[in-house]
Design a protein around this ligand. Structure first.
Ligand code: MEV
Length: 325
């Protein structure tokens, strides 16, 4: 056991396949390396405490939105037969919560990594995803596992639920991705339940949308591999239409996609669970990305990020106080 231990993870952006991934269709997602979560664990004289932006106190008093994380911590302590170990966990997160960037999964992954480091035990990827899933199941109900897989990844991933995820390089050397926060909270569990309900109530409308989103993702994989930004933009627009028809977009996200398109985006869509949260737009160049990001902030996006595909280096982050109305 160490006196001090660390764990880290990143925000995630789903490029294609949110929601349809829950129904065994493929998805493509990338980690954002500059938007990270860092966890530090220090040995304590007594007690088990946690400090994060929502809570500061004993682990046993964690409630509601932290119930999944509490379950994960207790399950890991039990795994090592260290239920009465004394420690302090400190979580520092740059991820906006409930914005489709995988905040809960990123925290679960970073805490798991830190706990294994603390107990000085090697952690393989399968065990990491299995343990993170303990938290995600409580927080999101029926997670596909894509969030944990992406926030813990070293690169872009091709993900199919229940299968080993594949890392793959996105070949878009001159394009940039603009990510914009609508400032509205998006509840993953609510959005996932909404699609499940639509599948039950209107299967003839909902099933083809899910299948179509899967086909879009398959085509996008090929387009991302051979560098066809125009086609990727088109596929993003098609995906946004289908996600909107599934009921997980809203006026604000639709409006932000339209603003991005008017300002030169090749395509735009929501990312993550929707019903708020973030949208993404594909820009043909860095200059175009700056223009799109500025337009989105002027019209009310609370924050924007620009991500190149070259080396995943984060190039810009700016924010604005007001949400898009
Ligand atoms: C959430 O980031 C992605 C969803 O597809 C849910 C999931 O895959 O667990 C909406």
């Amino acid at each position: 056991m160490k006196k001090q231990a660390f764990g880290k993870s990143y925000a995630k952006i789903i490029l294609f396949g949110e929601h349809s991934v829950v129904y065994n269709q493929p998805a493509i997602a990338i980690p954002l390396y500059s938007v990270d979560v860092n966890v530090e664990i220090n040995k304590a004289v007594s007690g088990q405490t946690i400090n994060c932006r929502y809570f500061d106190g004993p682990v046993e008093d964690m409630q509601d939105n932290l119930a999944g994380l509490k379950k994960l911590i207790y399950a890991t302590l039990k795994k090592f037969s260290k239920q009465s170990e004394s420690f302090e966990i400190k979580i520092s997160s740059k991820l906006p919560a409930e914005r489709g960037m995988g905040s809960s999964a990123a925290t679960a992954v970073a805490v798991t990594r830190a706990l294994f480091d603390y107990f000085d035990v090697h952690l393989n990827r399968d065990s990491l995803l299995e343990i993170a899933d303990i938290e995600e199941k409580v927080t999101h109900g029926n997670p596909s596992g894509i969030d944990s897989a992406t926030v813990s990844s070293d690169g872009g991933i091709w993900f199919i639920k229940g299968h080993e995820n594949e890392q793959f390089n996105l070949n878009l050397p001159t394009s940039s991705l603009v990510i914009a926060d609508s400032g509205i909270k998006g509840k993953t569990s609510e959005a996932v339940s909404l699609v499940a309900r639509n599948l039950l109530d209107e299967p003839e409308k909902t099933k083809p949308l899910i299948k179509n989103l899967g086909e879009i993702t398959n085509t996008a994989k090929e387009a991302l591999t051979v560098s066809e930004p125009m086609l990727i933009g088109k596929l993003m627009d098609q995906a946004q239409k289908d996600l909107s028809a599934l009921g997980v977009s809203n006026k604000t996200l639709d409006k932000m996609c339209a603003i991005a398109k008017t300002n030169g985006a090749l395509g735009a869509k929501l990312t993550g669970s929707g019903l708020g949260g973030c949208m993404i737009a594909l820009a043909p160049s860095q200059e175009s990305a700056q223009k799109i990001a500025t337009a989105l902030r002027t019209k009310g996006a609370t924050k924007t990020w620009i991500q190149t595909f070259k080396n995943y280096e984060f190039s810009m982050e700016e924010s604005n106080g007001d949400a898009v109305k």
